[in-house]
Design a protein around this ligand. Structure first.
Ligand SMILES: N[C@@H](CCC(=O)N[C@@H](CS)C(=O)NCC(=O)O)C(=O)O
Length: 209
């Protein structure tokens, strides 16, 4: 398998954690988002959305991090990243989507470029925008976080794979995290696991700073 990603991409970070947890070695193919490599024709042939990650498995190119994680879950069952119980599965998916659909996309590079370029917004307005949507999303996650070392108790789930990268992004954009003591405690617990540590942006070969 080949993972097309970018060291600072939070969506690619989710997939890296899943691959590490499941013990799968893949070849890395960095796509430099800063130079617009995601819009190169060769990359668009793999993922017409021009977004990372994209996981190539044999003849198949898969996009969308949560779809990729569920593909890995279905093809490599252990360790499970979704609970067996349907209600618990729905809750894990809901928390994952709360991050992947409600927080992440509105703070994505192309959205920020549009706000800055077409809409002429200055950097401080963009910073406020990012922090606003992260704060709203994190407040709900903090309120819903149960007991236990991870978001859903003692087992790592897909929701944890979404949380850690989103906290990384929040920190990068200067979000005040002291308001989310449970989330940051869970983050600490997760980053102590080798699969999460190896997946950190700064541990990727294409990391530049
Ligand atoms: N929903 C997608 C989001 C993918 C995405 O937005 N990736 C970002 C990096 S985190 C990207 O490629 N951005 C490039 C751009 O905005 O031009 C997923 O979960 O895979």
């Amino acid at each position: 398998m080949i993972l097309h990603g970018y060291w600072r991409s939070t969506a690619a970070y989710r997939v890296r954690i899943a691959l590490n947890l499941k013990g799968l070695e893949v070849a890395d193919s960095p796509v430099d988002l800063q130079t617009g490599a995601q819009r190169d024709p060769d990359y668009l042939a793999l993922n017409p959305q021009g977004l990372v990650p994209c996981l190539v498995d044999g003849p198949t190119a898969l996009s969308q991090s949560l779809a990729i994680i569920e593909y890995l879950e279905e093809t490599h069952a252990l360790p499970p990243l979704l609970p067996a119980d349907p209600v618990a599965r729905a809750k894990v998916r809901a928390a994952s989507l709360a991050i992947a659909c409600e927080i992440h996309p509105i703070n994505n590079l192309r959205v920020l470029n549009y706000l800055r370029g077409e809409l002429g917004q200055p950097q401080d307005a963009l910073d406020g925008w990012i922090r606003h949507w992260i704060a709203e999303g994190f407040a709900a996650l903090e309120a819903g976080a149960g007991q236990g070392p991870y978001l859903f108790g003692a087992a790592v789930t897909m929701a944890d794979l979404c949380l850690v990268p989103q906290i990384y992004s929040a920190r990068r954009f200067g979000t005040e995290l002291t308001r989310y003591p449970r989330l940051t405690e869970i983050e600490r617990n997760l980053l102590a696991l080798p699969a999460f540590d190896r997946a950190r942006p700064e541990n990727q070969p294409d990391a530049t700073r």
